[in-house]
Design a protein around this ligand. Structure first.
Ligand SMILES: Nc1ncnc2c1ncn2[C@@H]1O[C@H](COP(=O)(O)OP(=O)(O)O)[C@@H](O)[C@H]1O
Ligand SMILES: [Mg+2]
Length: 496
């Protein structure tokens, strides 16, 4: 699986080394050269994902102009130290994709790489396909699993969300996805796009919270050349990029009030102007918005416009936190480890005891936290089976189910271990783990440790009941149709 390649031309050794590390972390192949040897680089310039050129290069203009020439359709990004002046001759200013300040933060860089993917996807369909292919290949697993397939879970909540996606996908209704960070709002937005008639057009995400207020307008609506300092050339905004497709306004709750007014107008009139232009552009874009904030509170605090809220809230989808759907955890763990394997990001598996602990933990960072933990475990314990003792300290305070039967561990372990999981749809992996998450309907061929299974289920359901009742034991006991004293005993047993 070839990673997309970036050429970094920079005479500043420290900067280029640091930048290379970041780009490699983002899963790009990087070739770093300086201005004396970029010509001998083995890269085919027009086949690259992008070329980044550092400031402070001797005969700067001549070299940049040469690189821009050779680049063909490959975007050239100029890298400049914060505060340093970096004069670029206006002759090729229009060919520069973006000026990027160093040091750069991950969100800003991610924005630029996304923008390269998306806006170069707009230029011609051949390149669009190539870029879509390369970005899909980069996230290897996406090739096998569409967003809809990636929306794992058998909990009632996820079943309902899939149903909602089905109901609303084909209409152009605005959808508002609400839920804590890391619960899967973006996956749901992508699943919606993939299920809609717009799926052959672009899904364009923008994180309204990560872009400074003054840049957000130009990001959304584009700008004309010279509209503001740094606007070296005219540029499309995300609304234009998403034409015919879907625009995903992530973290809409963080959008400044001034922008909210402008967005409201686009939603009402389906038209806007680029910054620095008075030409009205009409758009055909489906909007999906998401936020982790409680918009009712934001409205009360005068941080969110009520009229915009009603415009967005045509079809709300609420995503519950992971702790309220712990029965999805085994399946998620399996999915995440499988994805990691497919995309060569490591391999690891977990004992059922670890899974039982996962089902009791609170997961404040939701699925993102779970995925990060799994990646971390894969680095620390590659190809191992992680037991509770190997987990970080915060997981050590939970009740581990009775390990009376080693035999059952070896059976269920085998099923959790992604080494042995065949990823093909028809592999018939109706294993213990899936059964755990689906609620067991049929006894698996290999049998099951019933006691352990029931312990895991019981712990998970008790935790859910407690969460639903804000920790009030008496109410939770009612939900579980058991006496309060019995529940208290169980809480002690599960160390809750
Ligand atoms: N239902 C799910 N099945 C599989 N992976 C999921 C699911 N929901 C979320 N994820 C993964 O969890 C992480 C966070 O999801 P994301 O959609 O970015 O959350 P949010 O936008 O709510 O912060 C991503 O890595 C995503 O792939
Ligand atoms: Mg998100």
């Amino acid at each position: 699986m070839a990673l997309p390649c970036i050429l970094l031309v920079d005479n500043n050794k420290t900067r280029s080394q640091q930048f290379e590390i970041i780009l490699r972390f983002m899963e790009y192949q990087v070739e770093t050269v300086d201005s004396s040897n970029y010509v001998s680089s083995a890269c085919e310039f027009d086949q690259l994902f992008g070329i980044f050129v550092g400031d402070g290069i001797n005969k700067q203009d001549a070299i940049i102009s040469d690189i821009v020439d050779k680049a063909g359709k490959t975007p050239v990004v100029l890298l400049t130290d914060k505060g340093a002046s970096f004069e670029v001759s206006s002759d090729f200013g229009k060919d520069i994709f973006q000026v990027l300040e160093w040091p750069v933060t991950y969100p800003v860089l991610k924005l630029i790489t996304d923008k390269i993917s998306v806006s170069y996807g707009q230029q011609d369909s051949g390149q669009q396909q190539a870029i879509q292919r390369s970005s899909v290949e980069r996230r290897g697993y996406d090739r096998r699993f569409s967003a809809l397939d990636r929306l794992k879970g058998n909990s009632q909540a996820i079943v309902n969300i899939r149903k909602a996606i089905d109901q609303v996908a084909e209409s152009d209704a605005t959808v508002l996805i609400l839920g804590e960070s890391g619960t899967g709002k973006e996956i749901i937005a992508r699943a919606l796009h993939d299920s809609s008639l717009r799926r052959t057009k672009l899904f364009v995400p923008i994180n309204c919270g990560a872009i400074p207020g003054e840049l957000l307008e130009s990001e959304l609506f584009g700008h004309e050349k010279g509209a503001f300092t740094g606007a070296l050339s005219a540029r499309q905004g995300r609304f234009e990029m998403a034409e015919g497709g879907t625009l995903f306004l992530d973290e809409i709750g963080d959008m400044p009030m001034a922008m909210q007014v402008k967005l409201l107008r686009v939603l009402q009139e389906r038209s806007f102007e680029r910054v620095g232009s008075n030409k009205t552009i009409h758009c055909n874009v489906r909007v999906i918005a998401a936020t982790h904030r409680r918009l009712a509170d934001e409205i009360k605090e005068n941080r969110f416009r009520e009229d915009l809220f009603y415009r967005l809230n045509v079809f709300p989808i609420e995503v519950p936190p992971l702790r309220d759907r712990v029965e999805d955890i085994p399946l998620l763990v399996k999915d995440i480890t499988a994805c990691m394997e497919v995309s060569n990001r490591g391999s690891v598996s977990f004992t059922n005891a670890s899974l039982a602990v996962f089902m009791q933990y609170e997961w404040p960072g939701n699925i993102r936290e779970l995925a990060n933990l799994i990646e971390r475990m894969a680095i620390i314990h590659p190809h191992k089976q992680v037991d509770v003792a190997h987990l970080p300290e915060k997981f050590q305070h939970y009740k581990v189910p009775d390990e009376s039967s080693d035999a059952s561990y070896s059976v269920s372990t085998k099923t959790v271990n992604t080494d042995s999981v065949d990823l093909s749809e028809k592999a018939g992996v109706t294993d213990t783990i899936e059964n755990l998450s689906a609620g067991l309907t049929q006894l698996p061929k290999q049998g099951i440790d019933l006691k352990e299974y029931l312990t895991v289920m019981e712990g998970g359901l008790i935790r859910q009941a407690l969460n639903e009742c804000n920790g009030v034991v008496a109410h939770a006991a009612k939900r579980l149709n058991m006496r309060r004293t019995t529940l208290v005993e169980k809480l002690r047993k599960y160390d809750l």
